[in-house]
Design a binder for this molecule. Structure first.
Ligand SMILES: C[S@@+](CC[C@H](N)C(=O)[O-])C[C@H]1O[C@@H](n2cnc3c(N)ncnc32)[C@H](O)[C@@H]1O
Length: 285
């Protein structure tokens, strides 16, 4: 391998240029992610269990008028939220692109004798039933890593899948102090680790696209066979006005925000995160 190959891979790309790999479905990485999801004490693939419980309490307090909600949990991972809602008597469908997470979720549902439907699919491609759900969830800043055209596709699908007065609840990262949300350049050499089960060098860095309020978090993984794989996370930052505009364009009417659900604990928590509740109109059009 030539050093120039690595240098080329470290140049700032044009906005939204694709990487070469997708993290969530890689067989090795999705094993690593599953154990991180299930660790109740860290904010990584899922939030800490205390934050999850707080979030669920807040969501259910918004729905005290309905005993049994029909819930769609998009990007449900191993079903941590889905299970808690099901244990409280709600009817849940979870969708996730990771086969590994869905297999885990299905086994766990059987063991706990819960009635949850899990679907292994991309929520960008899956056809959703129309007018079925009281509540659609997209939790842990997943909305912000969608590309602009993917956001529109997803919002339209979700809108149609909601009952009148049904709600979409999701969280995004706030656009305050964006510069501070870059990660410094970092490298890691491993015999086996998060990215690969063989020796690798991971070169991580981030690039800011100020005008679009986007940071690209990028990881170039060079393995012992001298392959280079590039993982890219195009992460968008928002304020309440941006969100209102996007949601109104997709037909949502009542739109409310909260930025005090999570503990004050770093850049991905506290008031650095905006939760949004967007409702479909009561009137059927
Ligand atoms: C940050 S994790 C959050 C998981 C879960 N919402 C939680 O908070 O515990 C993002 C999840 O979205 C899933 N995901 C990413 N892109 C997806 C897509 N296009 N369709 C379905 N699931 C997707 C990943 O596999 C992963 O489980």
């Amino acid at each position: 391998m030539k050093i120039t190959d690595i240098l080329l891979k470290s140049e700032k790309p044009t906005i939204y240029e694709k990487g070469t790999c997708f993290m969530w479905t890689d067989p090795h990485i999705s094993e690593q992610l599953l154990s991180v999801h299930l660790d109740p004490d860290i904010d990584l693939a899922s939030r800490k269990r205390t934050s999850i419980l707080k979030t669920i309490k807040w969501i259910l307090d918004l729905h005290t008028n309905l005993n049994k909600l029909s819930i769609l949990d998009l990007g449900c991972g191993p079903g941590i939220y889905s299970e808690i809602f099901a244990q409280k008597g709600h009817k849940v469908t979870g969708v996730d692109i990771s086969r590994n997470s869905i297999d885990y979720a299905r086994n766990s549902t059987q063991t706990k004798e819960l009635d949850i439907e899990y679907i292994n699919a991309s929520y960008l491609e899956l056809e959703l039933p129309k007018g079925k759900y009281d509540l659609v969830l997209l939790i842990y800043a997943d909305f912000g890593v969608l590309l602009p055209q993917e956001r529109i596709i997803l919002l339209q699908k979700v809108y149609e899948s909601l009952k009148p007065n049904g709600k979409l609840i999701f969280d995004v990262l706030k656009d305050n102090n964006i510069e501070q949300k870059k990660i410094p350049k970092n490298w890691e050499v491993c015999d086996s680790g998060f990215w690969k089960n063989k020796p690798y060098l991971a070169l991580s860095e981030s690039f800011i696209y100020k005008e679009q309020k986007v940071i690209l978090y990028q990881h170039n993984i060079i393995d012992s066979d001298e392959n280079i794989e590039t993982y890219r996370f195009w992460t968008h930052f928002f304020n309440q006005k941006d969100l209102k505009l996007l949601l109104k364009e997709s037909g949502f009417d009542s739109i409310r925000h909260r930025d005090n659900i999570l503990p004050e604990d770093g850049l991905w928590n506290g008031d650095n995160v905006i939760f949004t509740v967007a409702s479909k109109s009561m009137e059927i059009t």
